[in-house]
Design a protein around this ligand. Sequence first.
Ligand code: ARG
Length: 372
Amino acid sequence: MSQVHPPSRAPSAELWTDAQTFLKAFYRETRRSGLPARLAEVAGELARSGTYQLTSDELAHGAKMAWRHSARCVGRAYWPALTVRDLRHIQTPDEVFAELRAHLKAAWNGGQIKALISVFGPGVRIINDQLIRYAGYGPGLGDPQNAALTRFLLAHGWQPPGQPGPFDVLPLAIEWRGQVRLYSLSAEDVQEVKLTHPTCPDFAALNLKWHALPVISDLHLEVGGLRFGCAPFNGWYLQTEIAARNLADAQRYDQLPTVARALGLETRRERSLWRDRALLELNVATLHSFDAAGVKLADHHSVSRHFVRFEARERQSGRAVQGRWSWLISPLSPATSEIWHRPYQEDETARPAFVRAAPGWLDSGPVTCPFH
Ligand code: ARG
């Protein structure tokens, strides 16, 4: 490979190293020719301006690599199928919001959920950690995990719809130039599935439901040394996320006791294993309901099998798979999968990657413009 001389200006030394590492991987993985010319071009751009631009193809492949590197994600087998929306030209909050609605629509795809990422320009960020979140109003009402976000939104002028309920969709807080603006999603933006049980008619009366799309909106995408602070992405849910954690955890919706009662289980003795039975039936109900509604949802057995296959494919491609065991194993019947029996190592320096930033509701500026 021909040698390209590094740009001379100072702050870009690290950026130049990161750019080279990424571009080499991009050309290698996509079997392209022309790497030396591209490196020379980037070197020139860095020397002139101190930074550089990725092409759309580079950005798209970089986003896929970031998914592939996500140590906590058990759904990584599908990384090549990620659809990337290059929206780097968009950075004003109104336009961002319009594109977020378009993202939700395209990802929903009539229930045949598509893995999608929208990459926006600099200077804008979404405070919410996911595009769709239910308000947490305090003990017993809503999703306690979102209590801090809910307080933030209330302090910035959000008014809950009439009587606060357990599943009130929070507005989006978009920050731009130090100003926070709130935007409400409409019912058609937020597809939800009501939960019923295939054999227990009383289950429906619990009025449980969940939204179809998990769209993570607070991680930064890092590709080739460049950071994209507004790059929301989604896959599709795995039933255990909803039924073994969100609705079941004692510190979340805490529904195991109510589900057990609906099922007529004997809850006085731990040794009746009513918790385990309720948990299992909540998972059965979630899979059943999403299937009946025609909404894509993974199950833990299939996704674990696909993950093991992904590991094998990666090894064949000469790449090491990093992972965080405690996130990869299923919270339901974990030892039924091979993942349980394997060791995993996490490499936090792997790039491209989705990188965690401080929660926006902790460090966002005080200036507000409520509701747009
Ligand atoms: N566990 C998170 C939730 O329940 C979603 C994380 C992303 N999940 C996914 N299937 N892509 O909301």
